[in-house]
Design a protein around this ligand. Structure first.
Ligand code: E4P
Length: 218
């Protein structure tokens, strides 16, 4: 499973990239709005593409296919790594179909059902982003959507990759991996939490203390 960071914060992206296990980045208009003063949207995406050797999702903000395509063509010029993030609406899928025929990579976002994911795959989306946490937030079971999409895509051989999004904690990642999602995107906080286990800290403390007792004799 590929690990993406869900942020537009350059410091967080640099930190995660320095660990050597970061495969890509997803942004959205809300995440970008939190980085006021960090340059224009295009400059931010270009900077992220310089740090990360992998897909970087940049979202369009138009809601009609023609304007989405205009935005997408501009964003795609920034780098080969740019994936155009398009909302899961009728006009969005029209744009995805065109971009797919042009060889431009897409990430269909704001997906909340297996039927939406199915349509996105038929339109030729490169990635589909089901939002797990937002479904959990309203007392649904977000992970069930990922499970259904996996079965449908496998049944019919769709190549669209499943990007588990809106992940809130490490267990979400483990569940998504067990189901067979292709990618998980997570906030930096969740990425960092993946490393932690209290028994690791206790064990290391003990090892170092024991070594300290004998280090002059071994
Ligand atoms: C995915 O690409 C989205 O940007 C993101 O995962 C949404 O997460 P949220 O529900 O925590 O805002």
């Amino acid at each position: 499973m590929k690990f993406f960071l869900d942020t537009a914060n350059i410091d967080e992206i640099k930190l995660a990239a320095s660990m050597g296990i970061l495969d890509g980045v997803t942004t959205n208009p809300t995440l970008v709005s939190r980085e006021k003063g960090a340059g224009t949207f295009k400059e931010m995406i270009a900077q992220i593409c310089e740090i990360v050797d992998g897909p970087v999702s940049a979202e369009v903000v138009s809601t009609d296919a023609k304007s989405m395509l205009d935005e997408a063509h501009e964003l795609a010029k920034i780098s080969e790594n740019v994936y155009i993030k398009i909302p899961m609406i009728r006009e969005g899928l029209k744009a995805v179909k065109v971009l797919s025929s042009e060889g431009i990579k897409t990430n269909v976002t704001l997906c909340f059902s297996a039927s939406q994911a199915w349509l996105a795959a038929k339109a030729g989306a490169t990635l589909i982003s089901p939002f797990v946490g937002r479904v959990d937030d309203i007392s649904g079971v977000g992970m069930d959507i990922i499970r259904d999409i996996r079965i449908i895509y496998d049944n019919y051989g769709y190549e669209t990759e499943i990007l588990a999004a809106s992940l809130r904690h490490p267990l979400h990642l483990v569940e998504a991996a067990l189901i067979g999602a292709d990618i998980s995107t997570m906030p930096y906080k969740v990425f960092d939490q993946l490393f932690n286990h209290p028994l690791t800290d206790i064990g290391l403390k003990q090892f170092l203390a024991d070594w300290d007792k004998v280090k002059d004799h071994v």
